[in-house]
Design a protein around this ligand. Sequence first.
Ligand SMILES: [Mg+2]
Length: 389
Amino acid sequence: MIVHLDADAFFASVEQAANSRLRGKAIAVGGLKRGIIASASYEARRHGVYTPMPTSRALRVCPHLIMVPGDYEKYEHFSRFMFTYAYDFTPEVEITSIDEGYFDMSSNRRVKPEAAAEKIRQAISQSLKIWVSEGVASNKLVSQIASKLHKPRGFVMVEEHREREFLAPLEVKWLPGVGPKMQRTLKTAGLTHIGQLSEMPLDSLRMVSGNRAETLREYACARDPRPVVTTREEAKSYGHQRTFNEDTADEERVYNILRVLADDLIEKMRSEERCARTISVKIRYSDMDEVERSESLEEPSNLAEDFYGPIRRLLKKAWDRRVRLRLARVKFSNIYPGFPIPDLLRAEETRKRNVVQEVLSDVRARYGRRALMRSHDWALAASRRVKSD
Ligand SMILES: [Mg+2]
C-alpha cells in the first residue's frame, strides 16, 4: 500500500505556524511580483480567496486579507522537517515536491499503512503546527487523488480492488494531466466523469484526446504501474549531463550545451506540472576534478529564461582553473508544484514568456526538437555543420 501526503495550504500554513499573530486570520502568500496568490489560508478561502487568483481580485473579495511575501527558504526548511516523520515508518519515501510525497509501506509489516499515516499526520501537526491530508491506496494515482479529495486534514483510504469504483464518480479533472484545456475537449465529447473514460473504447478515446488516450484510459481504470522511487532523504531533483566528444576550452559552447540540457529538464518539469527554485551547474575537468555551484531564484519558476542568467554565472564561478572540461551537468532542485497559471498572470512580460514556452513545447512535441530553435540550439547546430563540412 502507498500513502500520499499533501500539506494543506502549505505556504500560508507555514507562515501561520511561524508567526502566531497570523493564526486564525485570512492571509495569503505571494502576490507581489507575479500578481497572483500562491497560497491562501483556509480563513481566507472562506471569504472567496483561492489559488491561483489575481491579488487585486483577492483584495476586493476579502479587503482585510493580510498579504505575506513568499519566503521560500522557510518553506524548504519546513518541508525537510515534515518528511523526516515519514522516514520513521519506511525508508521508501519519494518526495515529489515541496509539500507532496509518496511512502511505500509494503516493507513495513509491523504497522498498518493507515495507522502509520495517522501517526505521521499527528506528529506533523503537533511539532510543526501545520496540517496535511493523506490518501492510502494500492497505487500512486489513486492514493494521490484520495489525499486531495477531502482537504484540509483529509484522510481517505481506498481498499484494494475498489480503486476503479472509487474513481468512477469523480470528474475527469482529478486525473493527472487533465487541465482546463483537456477537460473542455473531453466535455465536448460528453465525457465529464472518470467512469465514462474507463468504459470508452480506446479507438474512440483516441479520436478525442489523441496520443494521450492510452494513459488516460489506464488512469481511468485505476491502473498505475509507477513505483515509488526512493529519493534518499533528499527531495526529488531533475538532472542531466553531457560528456563532450573531446575536452573543450570553449566557454560559449559549454554555456550553449548547458542551456540545451536545462531546456530539456524544464520541458520534463512542465509536463509533470512542477517548477524549481534552485539550479546547480557541475563541471568535470579533463583531470577528473569536479566543481559544483548552485544558485536559487527568489521564487520558483518553470520558464527556461529565468535560469539562463544563473547558468552563465554558475559556469563562470565553477570554471576557475585554466583546464579543459570533459563534462557538464545541470540540476534543478527545491521542486514545487507547477504554478503559475498563464491566463492569470498580471505581469505582462511573464505572461508573454509563458506563452513562448508553451508554443515552443507544442511545436517541438509535434514536429521534433529542431523545428523551433532558441539561439543556443542554433549555435550548436551551426557548429556541428561546420565540423562535418
Ligand atoms: Mg498541498
